[in-house]
Design a protein around this ligand. Structure first.
Ligand code: NAD
Length: 526
């Protein structure tokens, strides 16, 4: 099947590096499935980045004064326009990323439409002023206001070039901010298409800006005076971006790499687990931060699981997704092919068994066979490093405890998966696994669970996207404290300090906070 689909490709001999170096001030983007040049774009200069941010700041002032429900109503126009032009988005995603059309439609376009709808519906309540009941200062009342930060900078990767940046754009705008996106150098056309659709809605054009270029353009964006940064990308880049934000005291969210373990307990549903391994490992050619990156299978299910996974991988059709309905498309960034080859060589050299795949496909295009490695162990780099490609390494374990301990033996902690027929068992395992999200008996669904926070622990980053709190993170929390009762001309806590006022204060402290029976009774009221 795989070979047949590949045979249908009209491949062009070309330099399959995804982009040029940009040394000439131009950025060239290529179709990874064919190597065809798709576009040549002008790189946004540092001065232009500053101008885009300045225009965004100006537009933001008028936008920020709109009530949240008015912002939400207007942003729903964007959802409608994106839905109306979903075909164009799918086409661009498929050509520029090499991802299958189903994935472009479901994982990118549909998820984005749902994110916009959910946030627009809930933003008025989420960002409504909070009134706090005060436990001690009964004579005062406090409010928490969610105040727009200003301009939010978004620096994004190539693997989900629509939903990742545009989800943040919508959250930023709902929060009353402007937003400037630096898309990945591998996928600028998807960002330009989204901007084109945004501009067609009548929303203020300068409120959402784009800066096209490489890492240095992202750096220029961070140095341009933005007020918040949402970065999604590799751990090593995240360190640099977080340092740049830190030196300017720009608060940031860091969405970095993952190494999701899938724990197959001895009582798992074998068929569902095998299909989950294949889908979770090879959707988007494994270029998903929450891909199944390692499997720990209990001794009792280990061999049948490996056998079933091998059979299912054999049914996958791989090829150019812009021509056929294939299951597995191309590798968007050629860098990941080098990583895959290195990790496979290392694993095989240390005793892993090649169950299937293992090779780059020849004949053109950036394709790598869906690869399964069995008999893996933690001496192998493939069990530690982020793969971000179509490889699933499998390791045998003898108990849930062993699986948990191996799952936690990682510097990353974005996602984890547990497969068991017992809810109690799955809960016990999920409570002990170190990750920002744990999904039981399913894969990849949690990014689309927009109500829930998404993000990592350890070196997978900090801060969250999605969920009510991430929308609030787009705003400052401003505390406004009001007087409730008529106040005397001089407050007893104000100057002058006297021996008498100190004496009464001491008695008051003992009464309210003291450990005696009276203190306990009175203190309990506060
Ligand atoms: P990358 O780190 O190479 O690039 C990400 C973005 O940062 C790009 O736009 C790039 O141009 C920009 N950049 C590079 N250097 C920069 C600098 N010094 N200053 C500012 N910007 C800079 O990542 P990638 O290869 O595009 O994406 C793959 C990585 O992203 C993987 O590690 C994957 O796990 C991670 N990822 C994480 C999530 C998540 O939600 N946690 C989601 C998707 C991808």
């Amino acid at each position: 099947m795989l070979a047949r689909a590949m045979g249908q490709l009209a491949l062009e001999p070309s330099d399959l590096r995804r982009t040029s170096t940009g040394g000439d001030g131009r950025l060239r983007t290529y179709a990874p499935a064919t190597g065809a040049l798709l576009a040549e774009l002008q790189i946004t200069s540092d001065e232009e980045v500053r101008q885009i941010v300045a225009r965004a700041r100006k537009a933001q002032r008028a936008w920020a004064v709109l009530p949240v429900d008015e912002r939400a109503q207007r942003l729903l126009r964007l959802r409608d326009a994106l839905a109306d032009r979903a075909d164009e988005l799918v086409e661009t995603l498929t050509r520029e990323c090499g991802k299958p059309r189903h994935e472009a439609l479901v994982q990118e376009v549909t998820t984005l439409l749902d994110i916009i709808g959910w946030f627009c519906k809930h933003a008025p309540d989420t960002l409504a002023t909070q009134h706090l009941a005060l436990h001690l200062m009964k004579h005062r009342t406090s409010e928490v206001h969610f105040v727009p930060r200003g301009v939010v900078g978004v620096v994004s990767p190539w693997n989900f070039p629509l939903v990742i940046p545009m989800g943040s754009v919508v959250e930023a705008l709902l929060g009353g901010n402007a937003c400037v996106v630096k898309p990945s150098e591998c996928t600028p056309l998807v960002a330009l298409k989204a901007k084109d659709i945004y501009d067609s809605t009548g929303l203020p054009e300068d409120l959402f800006g784009l800066a096209i270029g490489y890492g240095s353009t992202g750096q220029a964006l961070i140095e341009s005076g933005i007020d918040y940064c949402v970065f999604t990308g590799a751990v090593e880049t995240g360190r640099k971006v977080a340092a740049a934000c830190g030196s300017r005291l720009v608060p940031c969210t860091m969405e970095l790499g993952g190494k999701a373990p899938l724990i197959a307990c001895e009582d798992c549903d074998l068929e569902r687990t095998a299909r989950a391994v294949v889908f979770g490992g090879f959707a988007n050619s494994g270029q998903v931060c929450i891909s199944v990156e390692r499997v720990y299978a209990h001794d009792r299910v280990y061999e049948p699981l490996v056998d079933r996974v091998r059979a299912l991988v054999g049914e996958l059709r791989q090829g150019d997704p812009s021509r056929d309905h294939v299951d597995v498309g191309a590798i968007t960034s050629s860098r990941q092919i080098d990583v895959a080859e290195r990790l496979i060589d290392d694993a095989l050299g240390k005793g892993a068994r090649l169950v299937c795949g293992g090779h780059k496909l020849t004949g053109g295009g950036q394709f790598f066979e869906p690869t399964v490695l069995a008999d893996c162990n933690h001496t192998m780099s493939v069990m530690h490093e982020e793969i971000f490609g179509p490889i699933v390494p499998v390791m045998k374990v003898m108990s849930d405890d062993e699986a948990i301990s191996l799952a936690n033996d990682s510097h990353l902690g974005l996602n984890a998966y547990v497969f068991s027929k017992s809810r109690d068992r799955a809960r016990r395992v999920s409570e002990r696994v170190e990750a920002g999200s744990v999904v039981v008996n399913d894969v990849l669904t949690n990014y689309a669970t927009v109500e829930a926070p998404f993000g990592g622990i350890k070196h997978s980053g900090f801060g969250r996207v999605h969920g009510a709190e991430s929308l609030r993170d787009m705003c400052h929390r401003k505390h406004v404290s009001f007087d409730r009762l008529p106040a005397p001309g001089r407050d007893p806590f104000w100057f002058p300090y006297t021996a008498r006022s100190f004496h009464w204060l001491q008695r008051g402290v003992r009464l309210v906070f003291g450990g005696g029976p009276l203190g306990k009774r009175i203190g309990g009221l506060f």
